[in-house]
Ligand binder design. Structure first.
Ligand SMILES: Cc1cc2nc3c(=O)[nH]c(=O)nc-3n(C[C@H](O)[C@H](O)[C@H](O)COP(=O)(O)OP(=O)(O)OC[C@H]3O[C@@H](n4cnc5c(N)ncnc54)[C@H](O)[C@@H]3O)c2cc1C
Length: 411
């Protein structure tokens, strides 16, 4: 590329090789003609949220119409389906039921159906108990919503394919490359990693569980802060995997950002039960015993944390019971599949969610992205950000307002 032909930024950096960072980097490399470099602190891609999630392509039922989550989830479904088809990756539309157990939940189901319609989610319909039983013979409930297009994928495989596309366009992925310094100087920005300074015209931060810390390096506000919530899973023993055909979810509590323990078939044929949501004592604390005193102190001294706990302590106690007792965890799942007994569940790897919390204790519900001169920071990208990753990439790259040099493979 010659500077005379393309007057836009020539060098762009991306921090984080999760699905969001990789999707952004790939789109930049494919559509702007810039030299793109991704920094990842780990020695592999998708090591955190992008490689430790439920593997679901959400259809867009839950999100407030008009929100970024609603818009980018719907667009993300379209893009990820095409991406999987183009790259020969699994994309299985196994469908999902959201099951109501009592009158309160039946009312919430109505609200969800309206949201689904507002968001243009195709094929969503209400089921009575008998229709639910036809679809899922082992599941019980008063009523349900069926979303036939909800799908499952292998997000790690998707991340690998994103890297192939990126490198095919000349992009670079640097592993074992933690970003420890960011200096903004007018139109340009310098990134320090392993004592080397790299200069860029633009920088995009997609640091997941560290998104607040990395944004602060660039001079962004301390808030919202990331409060890490571990999501623990069990797996059904193989001989009980037949108990569900598709995804089985509870009706979420609208005051709460997590979806509740669900049954999730995986593309490898296993069925996961979970995740719950308990405060993680380290941002990458996948086990109960993982504690990072400095991170924990920062979580506890963030003004929003105490307010959050005051608002949600009842739910917190419930989730801790499920974390400490397999029987209590099984009871949550038995509310939907009464045949389940604790012996049907074996422990499976946990994930940690990066939940952004504002200073006043409110959970940041929507995706949040901020801009500081040449730096764009993805500050909140919780679920459904895996589903939405390719659409978030479109949105972020549009915000950068760069001249496009190519539409080749631009999806
Ligand atoms: C338990 C669980 C279940 C979920 N289920 C679903 C689901 O079914 N469907 C769905 O759509 N979404 C789901 N999500 C949400 C989804 O996984 C995340 O929203 C998405 O993966 C976020 O991607 P990301 O790239 O922003 O973050 P991450 O995948 O966490 O990537 C951030 C990367 O930045 C790197 N990094 C951080 N700091 C630095 C630094 N200083 N220098 C260099 N690199 C750095 C990290 O090492 C990491 O690799 C789930 C999440 C969890 C935890």
């Amino acid at each position: 590329m010659s500077a005379g032909v393309n007057t836009g930024p020539r060098r762009i950096g991306v921090v984080g090789a999760g699905l969001v960072g990789l999707a952004v980097a790939r789109r930049l490399a494919q559509t702007t003609g810039a030299e793109v470099t991704v920094f990842e602190k780990e020695n592999e891609i998708a090591k955190h949220q992008s490689g430790h999630n439920s593997g679901v392509v959400h259809s867009g039922i839950y999100y407030k119409p008009g929100s970024l989550k609603a818009t980018l989830c719907r667009r993300g479904v379209e893009l990820i389906r095409e991406f999987c088809a183009e790259h020969g990756l699994e994309y299985r539309e196994i469908g999902k039921v959201i099951v109501a157990r009592d009158e309160v939940e039946v009312t919430r189901l109505r609200d969800l159906q309206e949201r689904a319609a507002g968001n243009g989610v195709p094929g969503v319909r209400r089921l009575g108990p008998e229709e639910l039983r036809e679809l899922e013979p082992h599941v019980r409930g008063r009523a349900a919503l069926h979303s036939p297009t909800t799908a499952i994928v292998d997000y790690k495989a998707i991340a690998r394919a994103l890297v192939s596309d990126l490198t095919a366009c000349g992009g670079r992925l640097l592993l074992d490359a933690p970003v420890t310094g960011i200096e903004r100087g007018g139109e340009r920005v310098a990134v320090t990693s392993r004592d080397v300074r790299h200069k860029f015209d633009r920088l995009v931060l997609c640091a997941g569980l560290q998104s607040d810390d990395v944004a602060r390096l660039a001079g962004d506000d301390p808030g919202p802060a990331i409060v890490p919530f571990r999501g623990e899973y069990y797996r059904l023993v193989p001989e009980r995997a037949h108990l569900v055909n598709g995804l089985v979810y509870p009706v979420p509590d609208p005051a709460y950002p997590f979806l509740g323990v669900h049954l999730t078939p995986r593309v490898d044929g296993s069925v996961d039960v979970g995740p719950n949501a308990v405060l993680a004592l380290a941002r990458e604390g996948y086990r109960r015993r993982d504690v990072h005193p400095g991170e924990l102190l920062r979580t506890l001294t963030w003004p929003g944390t105490a307010r959050l706990f005051r608002q949600h302590w009842r739910m917190g106690v419930h989730e801790y019971r499920g974390s400490l007792s397999k029987r209590a965890f099984t009871a949550d799942a038995r509310a939907y599949v009464p045949e389940l007994v604790p012996a049907d569940l074996t422990p499976a790897p946990a994930g940690v969610r990066a939940q952004a919390v504002d200073r006043d204790g409110s959970l940041v519900d929507d995706f949040r992205i901020s801009t500081l001169g040449p730096v764009t920071a993805v500050r909140n990208a919780p679920s459904p950000a895996a589903t939405s990753s390719l659409a978030i990439a479109e949105h972020v790259v549009d915000r950068l307002n760069l001249p496009r040099t190519s539409t080749r493979n631009s999806r």
